[in-house]
Design a protein around this ligand. Sequence first.
Ligand code: SF4
Ligand code: SF4
Length: 80
Amino acid sequence: MAKYRIDVATENCSGCSRCELACSYTYTKAFNPSRARIQVKMSGADCSVRFSEECIECGICVDQCLYGALSKTKKQEDQP
Ligand code: SF4
Ligand code: SF4
């Protein structure tokens, strides 16, 4: 599976949780943001986005962000 470097523009984040829902459903078959490997925390106008150590950099969460808060760049494939 391809791996991606994921960049975050927190100023664009709406707090919609689509990224968390996509990750949790993909890896736990549950729409449960608390089980996602990406965690979005909103505090007033401030936003923080963290990735857990379990994140495998698959980029699925990025594909579900409609607000331009997440972007991805494919990493170089490992050489055999
Ligand atoms: S890159 Fe993949 S594993 Fe990591 S938080 Fe996003 S969906 Fe989850
Ligand atoms: S999908 Fe994008 S806008 Fe929505 S919470 Fe995640 S990073 Fe923020």
